[in-house]
Write a protein of this length. Structure first.
Length: 319
C-alpha cells in the first residue's frame, strides 16, 4: 500500500501562507492531523526572502518532507520581499535536496476577449506569469523528482487563517462587494441596487476549501497514476470549475443568498473581465470533484459576512 505523501510528511514548509489559498491549505493540513508546530510558514520565519542563498540555507536547516509554493493571483509571492520568484524558490528546494514539492498558481481574469482552443481551454492557462515555474517543475519531474504543479481557478468563500490574507482574488473581492451592497440595501429598506460590472463579465469559481482539498488530493496521488492520466512527462493538473458563471447569474445568486428581493441594474464598466477556462476533466478522472456548489458556497459566504459585520449592520439600522 502506498504511503500518503502528505499524511506521512512530518515537516511541511508552506511558502505563500498570506494568500487565501495558502491559508486554506494550512487549515486543510491541520484537519488531516498535522500539528501546527510541524507546518512552517513564510510569515513566521526571519529569513530574508529576497536572498536565494538564505532561502536555500533555511530549507537545508528545516529539511521539510514537503514544500508548497503558493503563488496566487492575489498575492504574487506574498512575502515581505517579493523580489524572489517562485522559480527561484523551486530551484532552492531542488538544490537543498527537498524530495517533494507542489507549486500552486492561480489564474486572474483577462481584460477583454480571450482566445480558447477547440475545448474552450485558454492556452497557457491564461497564466503566463506562472509559465517559468510550471516549466521548471516539469523539468525536475522529468529528472525523477516528485515536483508537481497545479493551476487553480479563482477562489472565493470564507477564510479562517491564523493571519488574515493580505489581499483577495478578483472573484472574492467582487462577491464581497455584492454581499455588502445587498446587505446594506436590506438594512436600509431599499428595493433597488446599482452594480458596476460589464454584462459580459465571466468567472470561473471554486469554493476555497474545495481548492485546498484538491491540491492535497493531487499531491497524494501515486506518481504513476498521475503520469498515466495526464499522458505527459509533467506532473501537472488544472483545478478548473465544471461551469463558468456569467455576471448576471452571479448577481442573482448573491442576492438570493442574502435574501434581497428587490431590483438591480448594471452600471457597465468599459471592458469585460473573463476568467480563463481551465481543464476540469483530468481532475475528475483522477477521482476528485468539488463538494460545494455555487449556491451553497454563496450561502456560506453570506452567513460569514453577516457574522463579521454585525456591528456594522446594527449601526446602519439605527441611522
Amino acid at each position: 500500500m502506498k504511503v500518503s505523501t502528505v499524511q506521512s510528511a512530518e515537516r511541511i514548509l508552506l511558502l505563500g501562507d498570506q494568500s487565501a489559498i495558502g491559508a486554506a491549505l494550512i487549515q486543510r493540513l491541520l484537519h488531516l492531523g498535522h500539528p501546527r508546530s510541524h507546518i512552517q510558514v513564510t510569515s513566521t520565519t526571519s529569513t530574508n526572502w529576497s536572498d536565494s542563498e538564505a532561502v536555500q540555507a533555511l530549507m537545508r536547516e528545516i529539511l521539510p518532507d514537503l514544500v508548497y509554493v503558493v503563488e496566487a493571483s492575489d498575492c504574487p509571492f506574498d512575502t515581505e520581499a517579493s523580489a524572489i520568484s517562485s522559480t527561484a524558490l523551486i530551484s532552492a528546494a531542488a538544490e537543498a535536496g527537498i524530495a517533494n514539492l507542489m507549486f500552486v498558481g492561480t489564474v486572474a481574469p483577462m481584460v477583454g476577449a480571450s482566445t480558447a482552443n477547440s475545448r474552450g481551454i485558454v492556452s497557457q492557462h491564461g497564466a503566463e506569469s506562472h509559465a517559468a515555474a510550471l516549466q521548471l517543475c516539469t523539468l525536475l519531474a522529468s529528472q525523477g523528482m516528485n515536483y508537481r504543479s497545479v493551476i487553480t481557478c479563482e477562489p472565493y468563500g470564507p477564510c479562517r487563517p491564523p493571519k488574515a490574507p493580505t489581499s483577495k482574488s478578483h472573484a472574492a473581492g467582487l462577491i464581497e462587494g455584492l454581499l455588502s451592497q445587498f446587505t446594506t440595501a436590506l438594512a436600509r429598506g431599499l428595493d433597488h441596487v446599482t452594480i458596476q460590472a460589464h454584462p459580459h463579465d465571466r468567472l470561473e469559481l471554486m469554493y476555497l476549501n474545495d481548492i485546498a482539498e484538491a491540491i492535497v488530493h493531487v499531491m497524494d496521488l501515486p506518481q504513476a497514476t498521475l503520469s498515466a492520466t495526464t499522458q505527459k512527462r509533467s506532473l501537472h493538473v488544472d483545478i478548473g470549475a465544471e461551469q463558468v458563471v456569467w455576471i448576471l447569474e452571479l448577481i442573482k445568486a448573491v442576492a438570493a443568498a442574502v435574501g434581497f428581493r428587490g431590483r438591480f441594474q448594471l452600471d457597465p464598466t468599459p471592458v469585460a473581465r473573463c476568467s480563463p477556462r481551465l481543464d476540469h476533466h483530468t481532475l475528475a478522472n483522477l477521482g476528485w470533484r468539488p463538494l460545494i456548489s455555487l449556491e451553497t458556497g454563496l450561502e456560506l459566504s453570506a452567513m460569514d459576512f453577516r457574522l463579521r459585520h454585525r456591528t456594522f449592520q446594527s449601526t446602519v439600522c439605527v441611522t
